[in-house]
Design a protein around this ligand. Sequence first.
Ligand code: NAD
Length: 298
Amino acid sequence: MARVGFIGLGNMGGGMAANLAKAGHDVRAFDLSAEALQRAQAAGCKPATSAAEAVQDVEAVVTMLPAGKHVREVYETSVFGQAPTGAILMDCSTIDVGTAREVIASAAGQGYAMVDAPVSGGIAAAEAGTLTFMVGGESEAFARANPFLQNMGKAVIHAGGPGSGQAAKICNNMLLGASMIATCETFVMAQKLGLDPQTFFDIASKASGQNWSMTSYCPVPGVGPETPADRNYDGGFAAALMLKDLRLAMEAAQSVDAYTPMGASAEELYTRFAEKLGGAGKDFSGIIKMLDDSWVAQ
Ligand code: NAD
């Protein structure tokens, strides 16, 4: 078992750090929030007084922070030069591909092996240890990170070189955002055309319109498996986080001159839902309410 420094104990990091401790690792945890630190301590981690202290003398570092600027700052001020160069560094936050590549290059320049390892799966998966990790980095770095990521997830996939984990994550979520909107508008139209939603679900699930947003995460209450739609769109994957990922996807698309009209529409529609209509805290499938004019008129 290893000594692990864990920085960022929020909604996701709290459960992930607890799972590393449960797996027998000696987890030294740090967060700017005292409350998050207390929760991590109750879950078997040792609280540190700073990020720099958390990474002293460790064999591995895991970070789970809000955005690229936090990741850059934490690594530059508290990890590089503080953690031993033999430690494997893993950033599991969802951030832009450019920052991920820069931080990994900077790590390499100072003698560290580092991977970007963003996750698919929400707070419940972080707690249950059933996340999917998409990992970018050199093969040797991936091999060293793998056992730690396995302790926190059900699947760990090597996506390619540095930044490829972030690239895979935002490509996947762009597809998810666009397919959810397509599913939502289709169900609204089907209903207006007089189709029963359950009957249409049964047909489309066996026809070429079949997709995950419909069959595993149906946005219509009472149709398909139980989803946030059955809980007034509470819990699940917040529209604000979908919007964050779509913005990262559009930034990445621009950087490589990729033409992504569906992704751009998804970003525009989630901006409207999350920021203009107050849907930020709702599950991302709640966007069906915006597409249904009977609801918008209320
Ligand atoms: P969160 O805001 O709940 O947690 C982030 C934590 O980082 C906070 O506790 C904050 O205090 C801490 N923090 C910020 N700056 C810090 C610093 N300089 N030093 C130490 N701690 C610092 O966010 P979250 O929901 O846990 O998400 C974390 C990352 O995972 C994000 O990049 C998010 O996009 C991604 N993600 C989230 C979900 C989800 O469902 N919540 C799913 C997949 C991926």
